[in-house]
Design a protein around this ligand. Structure first.
Ligand SMILES: [Ca+2]
Ligand SMILES: [Ca+2]
Length: 295
């Protein structure tokens, strides 16, 4: 009798382990920033030969593509840990709230962006963030490429978004015209006074200090600012801030000049459905003023 009970326990345990391992093969990766790792996890990360990042697997259900029910608002209490704070303390709290997310991977991430997130009218029309060029019949990154669109890393790949979750994080990726994206290269954003190239309202050229900068069209200026504030909040300690240091004053200006609109809110909500994290500066624009100087 005792033996039978024991055998039953062993059986249940093995079944649970088998189920767990089957699940873990299908679970998407979740990104944990270094600050949120426990000492044991940090040790494991080092043993993996990794930089201090650790990718953990959590049971996050995949969302269906029909997003008509996507709420533009953050869930109740989402920013609870950040209420009443300001400055670097607020920045740190926001990091704790939003940095952990599902890393979609670069290929899947781009397909989600072109196929769902930036198919904002659900009609397979995708718009270039820099030129406002509309392209039809886009449902994945291959379609996009054949229509002259690729993926812009608002925080450049060469400045800390070249790999891992930062490379695939849709909160700073946008569909853009291939040529305009390549003109922007990895130049900092700024206000162009001497134009060398322009397309659809975006310009490349010299700013008042003579530096080469890229100025996005007016409707995308605030979106760029909030994307970069998000990126700095999540990855700032691992990334090069060479551009961000130059850009920060103008980003505060653009954040005020091009406030959050419904399109940006919808995009944030759709990314949330896939990545399970939100851009706090879209949900709560006042957080930008409350943080003050980011860097
Ligand atoms: Ca679509
Ligand atoms: Ca805008």
């Amino acid at each position: 009798m005792i033996l039978a009970k024991h055998l039953k326990k062993v059986l249940i345990l093995s079944l649970s382990l088998a189920a767990l391992s089957a699940c873990s093969q299908q679970m998407p990766m979740t990104y944990l920033p270094p600050a949120q790792l426990q000492p044991m996890q940090q040790m494991q990360a080092r043993q993996m030969g990794a930089n201090p990042m650790l990718f953990q697997r959590f049971n996050v259900p995949q969302q269906p593509a029909g997003l008509g029910f996507a709420s533009a608002q953050a869930p109740d209490g989402y920013y609870q840990g950040a209420e009443g704070m300001q400055g670097q303390g607020l920045l740190q709290s926001l990091n704790q709230i939003v940095a952990r997310h599902v890393d979609l991977g670069y290929d899947h991430g781009r397909d989600v962006m072109f196929g769902v997130v930036d198919d904002l009218q659900d009609n397979n029309v995708v718009v270039c963030a820099y030129t406002d060029r509309h392209e039809q019949n886009i449902d994945n990154r291959g379609d996009a490429y054949s229509h002259g669109l690729n993926t812009e890393h608002t925080w450049p790949k060469s400045k800390g978004a070249g790999g891992g979750p930062a490379k695939a994080d849709l909160h700073h990726l946008f569909p853009t015209d291939i040529d305009t994206n390549s003109k922007r290269s990895s130049f900092p954003f700024g206000e162009v006074v001497q134009v060398e190239y322009q397309n659809g309202g975006s310009k490349l050229g010299r700013n008042a200090q003579g530096q080469t900068v890229f100025e996005p069209r007016d409707d995308h200026k605030g979106d760029v600012a909030r994307a970069l504030f998000y990126f700095y909040t999540v990855y700032g300690r691992q990334a090069s801030t060479a551009n961000f240091r130059i850009e920060e004053p103008v980003l505060h200006q653009w954040h005020a000049q091009d406030p959050v609109d419904q399109t940006e809110q919808l995009r944030n909500a759709r990314i949330f459905q896939y990545q399970k994290n939100r851009n706090p500066y879209i949900d709560r624009p006042e957080f930008v003023r409350l943080v003050g100087r980011f860097h």
